[in-house]
Design a protein around this ligand. Structure first.
Ligand code: AMP
Length: 397
């Protein structure tokens, strides 16, 4: 983790600092329905303000595709952000040109400005050099605190970072440290849990993980594809039958790399896909044609918890069953609670994220007890796939 500059070493007083943040919050009827992303940027902004910097926030909202779309303006975010920060947030009606300069000129040391949606300009997503130059001219230093946008090589995540002295923000730094502790240089043994619906969406992830982990538990709908690939009749379960060869190849790579695969040994099945559907626990040799596997069984869960006990690090993406429909949340909740207990006791480093994983951990009520839960979605998955993230690469010294 010495590859990045530390904001603590920066001379910030009076400097115009361009800070790339993720303010892409869910909204309904003009109101923010979840302010997690706003809260995530507070530590960096507070830090910059305390040091007397002029903070200029750069962000995107939704997908305006290079055009000014009034419904995708960042203007409604300024007020709620200001309330959370407990200080004024000036708004600039454009992220480059006169509106941007005017608002920056009005900033005092310690002040904060938010500029309009970067993606109103086609140059943002194209990483267009002319747009990059205009953005970079607004600041003296650059900070990226938007890990969730780091898998895109856009003007505000890549281009500007290469023109100005660039630092990770405090949230970004925390995320990078957590990810490094889970996959970069982890304490071994490392256990992975990959669940969710389909193998096809997580091929790169599985292929990368089997070469990096000591054990990998495969759960959720995607486990059915692995079971079927071994000749098990999974009845009416969600299953990608055409991926049998792929599943067998992954099993082979795991074997070669010395990664032990944990697949379900028992399952919970139902004939209806709804909450509280009549269900039964069964082994793998008796699944009827009209039955679907909706959760891992108790013996599988017991083995998974034992694997956690035997591990120093856990990396988790994807639920083990249809956790939205009780009681098919049982394996996911039991695994989440056990990981939380071990983490709280200092016995496990548990890092989780991507897709529905955050919702599943919140459902289990233990998200706060994990070592780190990433809300970054796509960027977290690409990192788990072993890909280089342009927005992180561009920050390297
Ligand atoms: P993903 O977005 O690929 O991480 O998948 C998450 C979704 O997988 C959740 O909505 C779960 O309900 C679903 N899921 C997990 N296990 C199963 C299963 N056995 N059958 C069908 N869907 C499942």
């Amino acid at each position: 983790m010495t590859r990045f500059r530390s904001l603590e070493t920066a001379d910030l007083a009076g400097k115009r600092v361009l800070v790339r943040v993720d303010l892409n919050v869910p909204m309904a009827d003009g109101a923010i329905t979840d302010d997690t992303r706003l809260r995530a940027v507070l530590p960096t902004i507070h830090y910059l303000s305390t040091k007397g910097a002029k903070t200029i926030l750069l962000a995107h909202f939704d997908r305006p595709k290079g055009k000014r779309v009034p419904e995708m303006s960042l203007a409604p975010i300024a007020k709620p952000l200001s309330a959370l920060l407990e200080q004024p947030v000036l708004f600039g009606d454009d992220c480059i040109g006169k509106p941007a300069y005017d608002v920056i000129t009005r900033l005092e040391n310690g002040g904060v400005a938010l500029l309009e949606n970067l993606r109103f300009h086609p140059g943002e997503e194209k990483n267009d050099p002319a747009f990059v130059t205009e953005l970079a001219a607004l600041g003296d230093l650059y900070v990226n605190d938007a890990f969730s946008a780091a898998h895109r090589a856009h003007a505000s995540t890549d281009g500007v970072a290469r023109l100005l002295t660039a630092y990770p923000g405090l949230s970004m730094q925390r995320e990078l440290e957590a990810l490094d502790a889970a996959l970069g240089a982890p304490k071994r043994p490392v256990l992975g849990i990959v669940g969710g619906s389909k193998v096809s969406t997580k091929l790169d992830l599985l292929n990368n993980l089997v070469t990096r982990l000591d054990r990998l538990a495969i759960g959720g709908g995607m486990a059915n594809t692995f079971l079927a690939a071994q000749g098990i009749d999974v009845g009416a379960s969600l299953c990608e039958h055409d991926l049998g060869d792929t599943a067998r190849e992954i099993m082979e790579s795991a074997k070669k790399a010395g990664c032990e695969l944990l697949l379900p040994v028992d399952v919970v099945t139902a004939t209806e896909f709804k909450a509280n559907a009549a269900h039964k626990v069964q082994g793998l040799d008796s699944i009827a044609a009209n039955e679907s596997i909706l959760d891992a069984g108790p013996e599988t869960t017991k083995r998974l918890l034992a694997a956690m006990d035997a591990s120093a690090t856990l990396i988790w993406n994807g639920p083990l069953g249809v956790f939205e429909l009780p009681p098919f949340d049982a394996a996911t909740v039991a695994a989440a609670k056990h990981a939380a207990e071990l983490t709280t006791a200092g016995k496990l480093i548990a890092v989780a994220g991507g897709g529905d994983t955050v919702a599943a951990l919140n459902h289990a009520g233990v998200a706060a007890e994990m070592t780190f839960v990433s809300t970054a979605g796509g960027a977290f998955l690409e990192w788990m796939e072993g890909k280089e993230l342009p927005g992180v690469e561009a920050l390297q010294v």
